[in-house]
Design a binder for this molecule. Structure first.
Ligand SMILES: Nc1ncnc2c1ncn2[C@@H]1O[C@H](COP(=O)(O)OP(=O)(O)OP(=O)(O)O)[C@@H](O)[C@H]1O
Ligand SMILES: [Mg+2]
Length: 225
């Protein structure tokens, strides 16, 4: 059954560069379903990160509509948006932005602690997620003492701690070798199926992109066939 967790309708967005207007998105529409990975590919500058940024509710589109879990975002105020972002959306980036002075488990627990969860409980849950991602031996390791692939898995664990229904991953395998890219990709695929998450994956890796349930190709701010 294809249940759309995310519906994007005619999204446009532009930036002002001095006098010039850069049309980063020119009318993008698609759905992303629960339990599926949707990949987004396209050349540098075609608008992929702009799209992820808008879907993460970090900026307002010029026009168009974003519907998450049947909520039209334009109808929400800033507080409701922040709440939706914290509760429903997990972010994974190419450069994972782990805090290097914190251990793996502390990095993962942080978003739950920020949300007000008791820190012991949050750390315990962080351990469980890290165990599932094959990092049980590295719980107390400082983030900067982990390999690139391990750090990316910690970033995935951190994105999962608040049980999101949508994962936005902007080139999460961009700085990983083939073996680690496979591990991270397999993990996202498994999570989408087992936890019924909608995953949106921006990647420059065509082979990975074609293994996803859905495949969106962008060019110059538009979806192309
Ligand atoms: N903050 C900004 N101010 C002005 N222009 C911007 C800004 N962010 C992005 N752009 C422009 O918008 C367009 C889309 O950029 P975007 O970052 O979405 O591309 P991308 O598809 O993610 O590229 P890449 O594959 O290199 O990450 C580009 O022309 C870019 O220069
Ligand atoms: Mg980008």
């Amino acid at each position: 059954m294809n249940v759309p967790l995310l519906q994007v309708r005619n999204l446009t967005h532009s930036f002002l560069e001095g006098e010039e207007k850069v049309h980063a998105l020119r009318g993008v529409s698609f759905n992303a379903n629960q339990g599926e990975i949707t990949s987004i590919i396209g050349p540098s500058g075609c608008g992929k990160s702009t799209l992820m940024y808008l879907l993460g509710l970090l900026d307002q589109p010029d026009s168009g509509e974003i519907i998450i879990n049947n909520n039209s975002i334009s109808k929400l105020n800033e507080i409701q948006k922040t709440q939706l972002r914290n509760e429903k959306i997990g972010f994974i980036f190419q450069f994972h932005f782990l805090i290097k002075e914190l251990s793996a488990r502390e990095n993962v627990a942080l978003p739950a602690i920020k949300k007000g969860e008791d820190s012991e409980d949050a750390l315990e849950r962080a351990d469980q997620i890290l165990n599932q991602l094959g990092l049980s031996e590295k719980l107390d390791r400082f983030a900067n003492k982990l390999s690139g692939g391990e750090q990316q898995r910690v970033a995935i664990a951190r994105a999962l701690i608040n049980s999101p229904s949508l994962i936005l991953a902007d080139e999460p395998t961009g700085n990983l070798d083939t073996a680690n890219s496979e591990i991270v990709f397999d993990l996202l695929q498994r999570l989408s199926r087992e936890q019924n998450l909608a995953v949106l994956l921006v990647t420059h890796n065509n082979q990975l992109a074609r293994r996803c349930d859905r495949f969106i190709s962008m060019n110059d701010g538009l979806i192309v066939d």
